[in-house]
Structures are given as C-alpha cells and as structure tokens.
Design a protein around this ligand. Structure first.
Ligand SMILES: NC(=O)c1ccc[n+]([C@@H]2O[C@H](COP(=O)([O-])OP(=O)(O)OC[C@H]3O[C@@H](n4cnc5c(N)ncnc54)[C@H](OP(=O)(O)O)[C@@H]3O)[C@@H](O)[C@H]2O)c1
Length: 402
C-alpha cells in the first residue's frame, strides 16, 4: 500500500515511515522540510496523490491558542486534498481524554482536529495516546527552576514513542476504524517519579466509537466453530490535569489492577502477561441488534479465485477477522476493497446489501471468522434477487473503471 505521512520527519512520523517501509509498504514522509506545508497547502495535492492512506502526524509549533488555527487549517486542507486525491483512509494521532481538559488550548485544538476528521468525507482512524515518554524531559524542563522541579502529584501513564509509532503504523495499514483507539503505556506512576521507568510494554484500551466495514458468508462455505470467550476491554486512560505552567500533562488512568485476585490461577504463579495480552482489534456500534439475537461464530473458507457469496443480506450485524489470504469485500454504498489477513471488518446487517466476499487471490485460499448476531428463526443470510438488485443499482458505489 502507498502511504503519505505528513509530519513524516517528526518524532512519531519518522518512526511510522520506517515501520511501514519495513513491512513492505511504500511510505513517503512529507513536512515543511520536504516542501509540503499543511497550512498554506503548498505541495499537499502532490503529496497525497496516489496514496491509499494519509497519516497526519504534523504538530502545531505552539501549544497556545494558535494551535486551534493550526489544526483547523491543516485538517481542512488535508481533507480537501485527500478527497480530491481519492484517498481511502486518513489517520491522526490525538491525546487520550483531551476533551476532559478544555481549559488547555492545545487539548481543545486536538479535539477540534478529531471533530473535523470525523465530519469529513474520508474514512478515518483516530489513535489517541497518552504522553510520550520522550516528552517528559520537556515537561521537566518547563517546570524546573534552578535545582527545583515543580510537578503536580497527578499520576501519569506515558508511552514510548516507538510503541505508539508501531500502533499508528498498524492502524494505518488496517481497515479504517471510523472510530478511536485509546493507547496507554503499561505503568502508572506519580508524575513526581517522572524520571520514570522505561515504558516498553503497551496496553491498548477499548476504541470509543464504531468501525465501519462489512463481512459475510455463504451457507455452503460456513462451518460451525466452537464458541470462544470474547476478550474483555480495558478502560481508556484519562488525563487528570495540567502542570503549574498550564501545559498539558496526560496521565491518570483507570486501567489495570496491580493486585490480581489470588484465585483462578490454580497452582501456577501469577505473571504480568495479562496486562499486555489483550489487543483490541475492532470495536463497533451497530445501528441495531435484532431482539433476542443469537450470536453465531462461523469460519468461512474459499478456494483460490472463488467469487464467494452472491449479493445477500443478514438479519443482524456481523463482525469479522481475516485469518488468511485476502477477501474482496463490498458493501452497498461503499467502494469494494481488499481485506487482508490480520484485518477486521463488520457490517450493520438489515437492509444493506453485501455484494462481495470472494477470494481476491487466485493462488491461495482465503479464510475468515465472522460472528453474526442473527434474528431468531431467520436464515443466516438471504440472497437478493436480480429484480431488486436492478432497482437498487443506484445505491451501489461506482464499479472500478466505470
Ligand atoms: N507529545 C505527546 O505526548 C503527544 C501525545 C499524543 C499525541 N500527540 C500528537 O502526535 C502528533 C505528532 O507529534 P510529534 O511529537 O511526533 O511531533 P514533532 O516531532 O514535533 O513533529 C512535527 C512534524 O510536523 C511537521 N510540521 C509542522 N508544521 C508543519 C506544516 N505547516 N506543514 C507540514 N508539516 C509541518 C514537522 O515538519 P518539519 O520537521 O519539517 O518542521 C514535523 O515533521 C501531534 O499531532 C501531537 O499532537 C503528542
């Protein structure tokens, strides 16, 4: 995939570029120093042209009220360029709990940036991180007078720049969340300990709003799969204040309990693995769930080149995970796209037609899991006849090359 990384020379941007290129993608860094200005728009159209995904990791030069204008103008320019360039996914990096600190201009500016993205024309993902470990030195320097460092007792839960860069790269290479993923470092400690322990383990907290994607299954390709326990989700970290200079300090969290119960582990000693074992792959808010819905998890397997299920509907929402290969996926009103191994997808079900779920590759099988919430007594899927397809043709996104 092709990525345009705005702010690609910065702390996070440069590491995201390295990570994406290392994974075999084509990621190009853009910033003031490469001749691209998100404020004047200079070079922006050229930067995003041909990109599948734009990752915006630019930062305002100041944290004062000028940051509001920076994020407003840069997002307006970026989204206009992304729409014109046919970009399919825009990703930004914001701050956990920013809306809870409206007194700080910079936090309001980040919320504004998120709101502009959410209201914009391009599928998106928002990754929210706690303070970067690397930023703590700056905070310490702002609050140091002579030999004295003045800090609030606020707890913090910082994250290493490399860890958040890895997560941003993974989100950028995945299906747009059309929602928010909160990410925090593993350790909570008072900011007065800010010399801090190295923060290399990462916990991801539950996304806070929906993902948009569909999935489905043909009766012939469906096999029952034993039920598995769904993982729990970690609550998002929240910032609790600012330092004495009024500059933002993120931190404070409701995540994790350091005193696990003595029961449940049998004779095996407790480990710390549970704190980082969970990765949120997808979170969605389906518009409706059929009353009395039955949850069914199925495995769908298609041989090379198989076109998959004819156009169909499901009685309720369906949530999927690609295990192997590639699916060519299309939901009514959305352009077709490829879902690759390790990516998630979902569809709302109901009236929306699911057009395609076939194997995109001719040299390997495709395999994916789907959990469907089915209306009781209704078939798992219902095919749509030719007459209705013709009637609703205008609702289908333009075919490639049309
Ligand atoms: N600090 C934290 O703890 C924290 C926590 C959560 C989220 N974030 C967010 O993470 C994002 C990245 O932060 P960072 O620390 O990686 O930033 P950074 O190191 O300060 O890098 C900023 C980047 O933005 C570019 N840039 C600035 N103005 C530009 C303009 N007008 N046009 C084009 N490019 C411009 C810079 O380009 P040049 O190098 O060419 O000047 C640089 O590549 C920010 O949006 C920030 O809000 C930060």
């Amino acid at each position: 995939m092709k990525f345009a990384v705005l702010g690609g020379t910065g702390l996070i941007g440069s590491q995201v570029v390295t990570k994406l290129n290392g994974a075999g993608h084509e990621a190009v860094p853009h910033s003031l120093s490469t001749g691209v200005d998100v404020i004047t728009g200079q070079g922006l159209a050229e930067a995003v042209a041909g990109a599948d995904v734009v990752v915006n990791l630019t930062n305002s030069p100041t944290f004062d009220d000028a940051s509001l204008a920076f994020f407003q103008t840069s997002m307006d320019n970026l989204l206009a360029a992304a729409r014109k360039g046919g970009v399919g996914h825009v990703v930004i990096l914001s701050i956990v709990g920013a809306e809870q600190v409206p007194d700080l201009d910079y936090y309001r500016a980040k919320v504004l940036q998120e709101d502009i993205l959410k209201a914009g024309p391009v599928p998106y993902s928002i990754v929210r991180a706690t303070q970067f470990m690397e930023f703590i030195d700056a905070v310490l320097s702002w609050t140091t007078e002579g030999d004295t460092v003045r800090l609030p007792t606020t707890p913090v839960q910082p994250i290493a720049a490399q860890d958040i860069s890895d997560i941003v790269a993974e989100v950028a290479a995945g299906t747009p969340l059309n929602g928010t993923l909160n990410v925090a470092g593993p350790d909570v400690f008072p900011s007065t300990n800010s010399a801090g322990s190295p923060c290399r383990r990462v916990a991801t907290a539950a996304p806070s709003s929906p993902t948009t994607t569909p999935a489905c299954s043909p009766p012939s390709a469906v096999t029952s799969s034993p039920p598995r326990a769904a993982p729990g989700s970690l609550p998002p970290a929240t910032p609790t204040g600012s330092d004495e200079t009024g500059r933002p300090i993120t931190g404070g969290t409701t995540m994790s309990n350091d005193e696990p119960a003595a029961d449940g582990a049998g004779s095996r000693p407790r480990s710390e693995a549970w704190k980082t074992a969970l990765t949120v792959l997808q979170s969605a808010k389906p518009p409706s769930v059929p009353e009395g819905a039955e949850a069914m998890t199925v495995l769908i397997e298609y041989p090379p080149g198989d076109p998959g299920t004819p156009p169909h509907r499901h009685s309720g929402p369906a949530f999927g995970y690609m295990l192997e290969g590639e699916m060519l996926f299309e939901l009514e009103g959305e352009p077709e796209r490829i879902i690759r191994a390790g990516e998630t997808f979902w569809e709302p079900g109901g009236d929306v037609i699911h057009y395609q779920d076939g194997n995109n590759r001719t040299d390997s099988w495709s395999r994916f899991l789907v959990t469907m919430l089915c209306a009781p007594g209704r078939p798992m899927l219902t095919l749509v006849d030719d007459e209705e397809l013709a009637r609703r043709r205008h609702l289908r996104a333009p075919r490639p090359g049309a």
